[in-house]
Write a protein that binds this ligand. Structure first.
Ligand code: 5AD
Ligand code: SF4
Length: 466
C-alpha cells in the first residue's frame, strides 16, 4: 500500500458526491473519526462512520463538537505510532473539557498493542481491531457507562461486503476489494495487524461501482494490500477479471488500483489495463530494494531481473504508463553496495514518483530477529540520497511534460491559492490551473490543460477547453 499521512480536508468544490444517506444530529450523539496511514484505513473509517451513523451518531468533521473521538491508526513504522501517542496526549485537553467524552483507537495499532494501549494510555476507552468494526456501536455504548472495551479478533471471512461506506466528500472513492495479506515480507507487520487474505465478491464490487457512478463519483481506486491475490472462487475470477468488470460497469469512471506485488504482475493484468481507456495508466509497483540479496532477505520472492522484465512488459503494452514504487533504506545487513544497486535500479527505471522510507523494525516480524544493525545516521544518509535522486528524476519527467496537453479530472480548489484549482492526470499527477467564476467547469469535469510549468511534484498550466 502507499502509506501517506492522510489529512481529511473538507472540499469546498461546487459539486461533491455523496454515497449514502446521512443521519443528521437531532439531539443525538456525535462522532469524529481521524484517519492515519494508508488508503485502506480511509475506506475503513468510512465503514465505521457508516456503521455508527446507522446507530444514530451524526458525523462531525472536527473534535470540538464530538461526543466520541475515534483514531484510526497505522502501525507500519514506529514513527506512525509515535504520532498517535502524541495525538492522544493532545486529546487529554478535550477529555478535561468534556468528562464523558469517549476516545477509541481503531486499526493496525489497536490490533498490535491491544491491552497494552488500554493499560498505558489511561485516556483510551476503546481498542478495536480492523476486523471488529461491527462491534463499535455496542462498545461505544458500554464506554458511556464507564466500561473499557477491547475487540481485536482477526477474522478469516470479514470483508464488510454488505456495508456501504459513508463517503461524504470529493469525487474520488476508495473501494477495498480484499483485506489482509499472506505474503509475509519479513519487514512488514501487516499480516499480523490485518490477518489473512480474503476477498469481497465480484458482484458486490461491480454493484458498488455502478452505485458510485450514479452518486456522482468520477474516479475510484480499488484497494488491497496485494490486489493480485484477489479471487472470487464462485465466479472463478481473478483481479484482472474484476478490473475489466468494473471498467465495463462504469465506462466513463476513471479506475485505479493499488497495490500490486511485482511477483504476480501478470501479462493478463497488463493486457487488461491496456484494453480499457478508463483504467488509468499508472502502476504503483513497490520494489523495496535493488539488491537480490536484500530482496531474498525481505522474502519478496522476485529478483531484480524479474522486476525489470515486468517493467519492460508494462512499457511495451503501455508506453506512457506512469510508474511509482516504494523503497526501504537500511534494511538489516544492507551494505553500501546494496544501496548503490537500489540507486541504480531507480535511475534505470526512472519512476515518476516514489515513497521512500527508513527501515523500522517491527516486533513479531522475521526481520525483527535479524537485528537493526544499520546506524540511524547511515539510514538517513541513504534515504536522503534516494530522495534527492528521485526528485531529480521526477523534475526531469515533469519538465518533459511542458508543452503537452493533459486531460485533467477537476478535484477542486488548490491547497495554496484560492484563485487556482487542482485536478489529476490519468497518470496521477497533480495539475494546477486558474479558476474564477467564469471558468465554466465544475468539480468532476474532465478538462484539457496545456502544461506551461512544472516542479518535481506538480504541473501548472492553462485550460484550453472546458
Ligand atoms: N520499515 C520501513 N518501511 C516499511 N514498509 C513496510 N514495513 C516497513 C518497515 N518495517 C514500507 C514498504 C511498503 C510500504 C507500505 O511501507 O515499502 O511497501
Ligand atoms: Fe506487507 Fe509485503 Fe503484504 Fe505489502 S505484500 S502488506 S509489504 S507483507
Amino acid at each position: 500500500m502507499i502509506d501517506l499521512p492522510v489529512v481529511q480536508t473538507p472540499q469546498n468544490g461546487e459539486q461533491t458526491a455523496v454515497d449514502a444517506e446521512i443521519t443528521t444530529a437531532t439531539g443525538g450523539r456525535t462522532l469524529y473519526v481521524e484517519t492515519y496511514g494508508c488508503q485502506m484505513n480511509l475506506n475503513d473509517s468510512e465503514i465505521v462512520q457508516s456503521i455508527m451513523n446507522k446507530s444514530g451518531y451524526a458525523i462531525v468533521d472536527g473534535p470540538d463538537d464530538a461526543d466520541v473521538i475515534l483514531l484510526n491508526t497505522c502501525a507500519i513504522r514506529d514513527n506512525a505510532e509515535r504520532r498517535i501517542h502524541e495525538r492522544l496526549k493532545h486529546l487529554r485537553y478535550y477529555k478535561k473539557r468534556k468528562n464523558d467524552l469517549v476516545v477509541g483507537v481503531l486499526g493496525c495499532m489497536a490490533e498490535r498493542l491491544r491491552t497494552r494501549l488500554l493499560e498505558n494510555e489511561k485516556l483510551v476507552d476503546l481498542v478495536i481491531g480492523p476486523d471488529e468494526y461491527r462491534k463499535t456501536p455496542e462498545l461505544v455504548d458500554s464506554a458511556f457507562s464507564g466500561e473499557k472495551g477491547l475487540a481485536v479478533k482477526l477474522s478469516r471471512v470479514e470483508t464488510y461486503d454488505d456495508i456501504t461506506p459513508l463517503r461524504t466528500e470529493g469525487i474520488s472513492a476508495w473501494v477495498s476489494i480484499m483485506r489482509g495479506c499472506d505474503k509475509f515480507c519479513t519487514f512488514c507487520v501487516v499480516p499480523w495487524t490485518r490477518g489473512r487474505e480474503r476477498s469481497r465478491s465480484l458482484d458486490g464490487i461491480v454493484t458498488e461501482t455502478r452505485h458510485l457512478w450514479d452518486s456522482g463519483f468520477r474516479e475510484m481506486t480499488l484497494l488491497g494490500q496485494n490486489v493480485n491475490s484477489y479471487r472470487d472462487e464462485d465466479k472463478d475470477a481473478d483481479f484482472s477479471d474484476l478490473l475489466a468488470a468494473c471498467a465495463e460497469a462504469a465506462p466513463q469512471m476513471r479506475i485505479r488500483y493499488t497495490t500490486s506485488h511485482p511477483y504476480d504482475m501478470s501479462d493478463k493484468l497488463i493486457e487488461t489495463m491496456a484494453a480499457y481507456d478508463n483504467i488509468c495508466k499508472y502502476i504503483h509497483l513497490p520494489v523495496q530494494s535493488g539488491s537480490d540479496r536484500v530482496l531474498q532477505l525481505m522474502n519478496r520472492k522476485y529478483t531484480v531481473e524479474h522486476y525489470l522484465e515486468r517493467m519492460q512488459a508494462i512499457k511495451k503494452a503501455m508506453p506512457h504508463c506512469a510508474l511509482s514504487t516504494d523503497i526501504i533504506c537500511g534494511f538489516p545487513t544492507e551494505t553500501e553496495e546494496d544501496h548503490q544497486m537500489t540507486m541504480e535500479l531507480m535511475a534505470q527505471v526512472r519512476y515518476d514518483g516514489a515513497f521512500m522510507f527508513k527501515y523500522s523494525p517491527r516486533e513479531r516480524t522475521r526481520a525483527w530477529k535479524m537485528g537493526d544493525d544499520i546506524p540511524d545516521d547511515v539510514k538517513t544518509r541513504r534515504l536522503n540520497e534516494v530522495i534527492e535522486q528521485q526528485q531529480n528524476i521526477s523534475r526531469e519527467i515533469n519538465q518533459a511534460a511542458i508543452g503537452t496537453t493533459e486531460r485533467v479530472l477537476v478535484e477542486g480548489p488548490s491547497k495554496r491559492n484560492a484563485a487556482e484549482w487542482q485536478g489529476r492526470t490519468d497518470s496521477n499527477k497533480v495539475v494546477i490551473f486558474p479558476h474564477n467564476e467564469h471558468s465554466g467547469y465544475i468539480v468532476g469535469d474532465t478538462i484539457e490543460v496545456a502544461v506551461e510549468r512544472s516542479t518535481s511534484a506538480t504541473l501548472f498550466g492553462q485550460i484550453i477547453n472546458s
